[in-house]
Ligand binder design. Sequence first.
Ligand code: MN3
Length: 384
Amino acid sequence: MKNIFLLGASGSIGKQVIDILKMYPEKYNLKAVSVGENIDYLKQILREFNVEFASVKNKEDLLELEKEFPHINFGYGDDGLIQVATYSNENGVVINAVVGMVGLIPTIEAIKKRRDILLANKETLVVGGTIITKLVKEYQVNLIPIDSEHSAIFQALNGENKNNIKRIILTSSGGSFRDLTREELKNVTLQDALQHPNWNMGAKITIDSATMANKGLEVIEAHFLFGVNYDQIETVLHPESIVHSMVEFVDHSTIMQASFPDMRIPIAYALSYPDRYPTNISRPMDFSKSFNLTFKPMDFNRYPLLKLAYQVGKVGGIMPVVYNASNEVANELFRKGKISFLAIEDIVFDAVNNTSNILNPTLEEILAIDKQVRQKIYQKYEVI
Ligand code: MN3
């Protein structure tokens, strides 16, 4: 039995993790879990699994939970997330499925406890990549990606010598507005943006896919996960979302990973790694009928936030933190109807252009700049 410590159980990824845990009750034991404000969903989990510790966002929710589940210990807030990630002295893996950079500190604490990290939270690596990769080495833990592209690369690199990587090619569906021109993007609505053609994901990442900031974050994520230079990371449009990414080696062999777009496949792999378990998730590829796979060169003029991510990643230092923080806030403002779709780009460019870089930032500097960038945007748009 593998003990599981799950951060962010009620989000889109978290719920799919719960799905997988239910499929293999003899393999996994959910020991500690966090949710945000979805208390009803937490109660379902607590009734179904032998959870020992659970954490919620708000302290007000504790009283009711403690009454109904007197045998379970509860925590709340940022501390609660750390408590979930570091709960008990038994072995196990931490699944980081929270959205945004709130996942950073719990991940650091879990690594210090020598726990493997199954990472769905790309922001953790974007803002804290240098710190996290150093700790991963120092404490000799595995960092296993759940992001579908990075899972594909991780699988393609199984048994390979990393020095033989020529380039990594991240595929991208193009997001919900892939068929629109930039002119047509001026008047798109939140409802339009939330209709992703292939993937069923949370709201934040669906918007990030439409702006391509998601691919930008994934480029930076790939840099830290696989230790490759930005010049070795490419992106390609692949509207079918069947090939999840590829690695080209020095001998011009390219290994691709393919499956139907279902996040539960990379989640199940991260959990069973290095093994694989039989599954009835999604469906197998069907070669009894003809189908085509399409690859188109990335259009950086169409997706300026992707181009900016490369620049920010290459410069390094604090700039990925600025990119991520401004994008998180701009994404939120768009979801709240405060700004137009294209204003997301303006906000991120403005933040990146008007913040001075700090090379090799400490954790304190990362947290301080993150906060500063957010506050500046909230003030400008008068949402505090
Ligand atoms: Mn992805």
